[in-house]
Design a protein around this ligand. Structure first.
Ligand SMILES: Nc1ncnc2c1ncn2[C@@H]1O[C@H](COP(=O)(O)OP(=O)(O)OP(=O)(O)O)[C@@H](O)[C@H]1O
Ligand SMILES: [Mg+2]
Length: 365
């Protein structure tokens, strides 16, 4: 089970026009996920996708996080492309939220004229490292109509400030170049989640991505990111807790997690009692985040979309509903792409894990 990829599209090889095919590459802490999409006028056609575990490349187990050197990471990307028969030569790549700085700031201005100067100046106060060491980006957020009056009185605008350390970008560029790919863009993973997870005009929606080492949560208002947090626990913490309390090695614990997960059966009581406290940490942070948003904006997220490998845990949706009293839906990024109708069922099941990679590829359109 070292590779989990899907070869269903292999026979469509002849149809692939590498020039118009784009790759989304999501380099996670425990897996690399790729999605290749072909652009045909305004249509996004899903060509192939694949996933590969990083553990075995660094003497670790499947499901374990590992930091690999540039050369090895480039080899991983080549391997997963080969397995998935992905031929695109241009790729967009995700930058982990943990290597980025994302903050919403309020600026006391209502004219966009000299906003660039003001933002750069303000950024120095908000970003914990020297500005010369980061690549800075920012967006003035649209003010919803009902807030207009209040905002004008305060004469302030909301600005989303984003910074990525230059060393991080340099490392990712290096990985892509070594893998023989041209990197046409980099994007913080949470922005990719929005593109693949949310329809235009959707009101207030929360997305929770449960990865191996961290969980990422964002709240999006009318398609625009309003707030994000990084939660320092992920699905690997469930495996480690199981390994410790059941006295089994990591691989066995990983198997128990994936096969049993959260179960109501009396014979699985012990497993649930180990898993639940770790999940409760994540959901506690999530609940505080939702509450803070409501206090600040007076609106509540109407729905929570869950994504990432950790969201595949049996019983997770129901548990999230119970803990957060919110409607929960699994992300279905492939629904934003065209594919043969008979594959819809299969793709809905596996898509969740490709939310970031799909969002990246769609961003090239
Ligand atoms: N069926 C499953 N049930 C439960 N957990 C699963 C299942 N499949 C995968 N996982 C877990 O999902 C995690 C990997 O998810 P994902 O690929 O989203 O993480 P990542 O992107 O590598 O990590 P991060 O986002 O923290 O950098 C692993 O901890 C793995 O054990
Ligand atoms: Mg991830």
């Amino acid at each position: 089970m070292e590779f989990s990829f899907n070869g269903l599209f292999k026979n469509l090889k002849s149809l692939v026009n590498a020039k118009r095919s784009f790759l989304g590459v999501d380099i996670g802490s425990s897996t690399v996920k790729i999605v290749q999409i072909r652009k045909e006028e305004e249509r996004a056609i899903l060509e192939t996708y694949g996933e590969i575990a990083l553990g075995p490349y660094g003497n670790m187990k499947i499901g374990q996080s590992v930091k690999l050197p540039v050369d090895t990471m480039a080899q991983v990307i080549k391997d997963v492309m080969k397995e998935a028969n992905a031929k695109a030569n241009a790729a967009r790549v995700s930058i982990p939220l943990k290597s980025s700085f994302v903050k919403m700031i309020n600026l006391p201005i209502n004219q966009e004229k000299n906003i660039a100067d003001i933002v750069t100046l303000e950024a120095r106060r908000h970003i914990p490292v020297p500005i010369s060491e980061v690549t800075l980006d920012w967006w003035v957020l649209p003010t919803p109509e009902k807030e207009d009056k209040k905002k004008q009185e305060k004469a302030s605008v909301e600005v989303l400030l984003v910074a990525i350390h230059n060393d991080v970008i340099a490392e990712y560029k290096n990985i892509m170049a070594t893998a023989g790919l041209s990197a046409s863009g980099f994007e913080i993973e949470t922005f990719s989640l929005i593109r693949s997870g949310i329809g235009r005009g959707s009101q207030t929606i929360a997305i929770l991505d449960i990865g191996a080492t961290t969980s990422k949560m964002i709240i999006v208002d009318f398609g625009v990111l309003k707030s994000s947090i990084l939660i320092s626990k992920g699905s690997q913490d469930l495996t480690m807790a199981l390994s410790q309390s059941l006295g089994v090695d990591f691989s066995k614990a990983e198997e128990v997690k994936r096969e049993i997960g959260l179960s109501d059966l009396p014979e699985h009581q012990e497993i649930s009692s180990v898993i639940e406290p770790v999940l409760d940490y994540i959901f506690h942070e999530a609940a505080i985040f939702l509450r803070d948003f409501q206090n600040k904006y007076g609106r509540t997220a109407g729905k929570l979309i869950i994504s990432g490998g950790g969201s595949l845990l049996n019983g997770l949706s129901a548990y999230a509903v119970k803990k957060l009293t919110i409607e929960v839906e699994r992300s279905d990024p492939f629904s934003k792409t065209e594919h043969p109708a008979f594959l819809s069922g299969v793709l809905k099941g596996v898509g969740t894990n490709f939310s970031v990679a799909t969002g990246l590829a769609l961003g090239e359109m």
